[in-house]
Design a protein around this ligand. Structure first.
Ligand code: ZN
Length: 443
């Protein structure tokens, strides 16, 4: 982790450092970016009084691959929507799909969908799709590697699990799940440095399991080698942060953007903020942070605040305390690795909170909102702009999502308009420091 490699991902950041005329200080650590986001991500957000869905998947513009991804998502969505009809529990039903994408040797594109739903027995599921750009088809391990690969992976995985978890490998579930049959080894991704095989919840153990193997350790079956992984250099936090003067006596509002970052829309919003010397708060997902380290650094460099919106956007009130802590801590670490700062603000997905969530977030501020634009519902810039302008008041925390073109368009209009109407556009921390406490909305 200490080795600093300057790959092209670092360059825009270095260029920015030079622009603001700061000396580059020695770096303490680096973060690796094994995954990269392919194409554009598509978001579907829905919630009402009965159930909620947060679905995030990539659109790659490779027809066969997109068909496969969309078919998988469609199946998961319709299974869930059907099951919701007869769901009677007190907690709202929830479906959450997030994704990671990986590219190996510029040839194999792997998409991993992490699926979580709260209403059937097995709550978590991993769906993987691997596409071979050279042969233009969806592939399995036997298509990528030489004959005998599944036997080899099974042998190595068995040794690994029996050594690491000796007490949990004695039962028939493990014995059946580890057998070298293709159906046991069909969930995998091709990372730059390793092949990663996933075993579903209940396949080997109660929980899901992961086995990683370096390409060098299966060299009899492939000529692929480990590729260099782009590293990203975090920076000294105090170094570049602009100090903005805020007049505590004048009206102010905090624009907040949730669920990003996304490539196109977050950047369009950052551009509009910069042009108007305004700030906002971005409640980002830990699962997306490593895909866009340069966007996170830009947020901080330009005086915006980054808040924690959990790692995978699950409704925290239905998780165990251990899982809530993990959701929060993993996101804190991901953001810190990139920006050298730990977020002080947490926004729970869907604003859902209870005593357990409050306990897990102690020491940080739990932030909801006072003006809900419902931008995910209208997807219409005019409707969003009119709603904000007709309802806005001093001290408001305004909820938006940097997931949609319509929201970016609305932000481009709203930012100068709010300033024209006399509002300072500040971060949630600044709003809080100024004592503009939207009643009951900041805890
Ligand atoms: Zn959200």
């Amino acid at each position: 982790m200490i080795k600093v490699k300057l790959h092209k991902i670092v360059c825009p950041f270095l260029a920015m450092l030079m622009l603001v005329g700061c000396a580059q200080k020695p770096h303490l650590s680096t973060t690796t970016s094994n995954h990269q986001e392919i194409g554009e991500s598509v978001h579907e957000l829905y919630y009402d009084e009965h159930y909620m869905m947060n679905i995030d998947y990539p659109k790659t513009n490779i027809e066969k691959l997109d068909e496969e991804i969309q078919a998988s998502v469609q199946e998961l969505r319709s299974q869930y929507v059907n099951a919701v009809q007869s769901y009677q529990e007190e907690d709202k039903a929830e479906l959450n799909i997030s994704f990671q994408s990986y590219v190996k040797n510029d040839r194999y594109i792997s998409i991993k969908l992490d699926v979580y739903q709260s209403i059937y027995d097995k709550k978590e599921k991993i769906v993987s799709i691997c596409y071979d750009r050279e042969n233009e088809q969806i592939v399995q391990l036997e298509d990528i590697f030489d004959k005998g690969i599944i036997e080899e992976i099974a042998k190595q995985a068995k040794t690994y699990f029996e050594t690491s978890f000796p007490d949990e490998c004695g039962d028939t579930t493990f014995a059946i799940g580890i057998v070298p049959m293709p159906h046991n080894y069909q969930t995998f991704v091709m990372r730059k440095d390793a092949l990663v095989v996933y075993f579903q919840e209940g396949a080997l153990f109660d929980k899901s399991a992961t086995f990683e193997v370096k390409y060098d350790d299966i060299e009899e079956f492939t000529s692929m080698k480990q590729e260099d992984v782009a590293t990203f250099v975090p920076y000294d936090d105090i170094l570049n942060e602009p100090v903005k003067m805020i007049d505590k006596g004048k009206p102010m509002v905090a624009l907040t953007f949730d669920d990003g970052p996304t490539r196109k829309y977050t950047i369009a919003i950052l551009d509009a903020l910069k042009e108007n010397q305004a700030s906002a708060t971005f409640f980002i997902l830990g699962s997306r942070a490593n895909n866009f380290p340069e966007i996170l650094q830009r947020m901080v460099l330009e005086g915006n605040e980054i808040g924690n919106h959990t790692f995978s956007h699950k409704q925290l009130t239905t998780l165990s305390k251990e899982n809530v802590e993990e959701e929060i801590a993993n996101t804190q670490e991901s953001i810190h690795n990139i920006t050298n700062k730990y977020p002080e603000m947490i926004r729970p997905p869907y604003g859902s909170k209870n005593d357990m969530v409050l306990q897990c977030t102690q020491g940080k501020k739990l932030v909801t909102w006072s003006l809900d634009t419902q931008d995910w519902k209208s997807r219409n810039p005019e409707v969003i702009v009119n709603k904000v302008l007709s309802e806005v008041k001093d001290g408001d925390i305004i909820l938006l999502h940097d997931l949609y073109d319509s929201t970016a368009q609305a932000a481009i209009i709203l930012i100068p308009k709010l300033i024209e109407e006399g509002y300072q556009l500040v971060t949630v921390s600044q709003l809080y420091e100024a004592g503009k406490n939207a009643p009951g909305k900041i805890l």
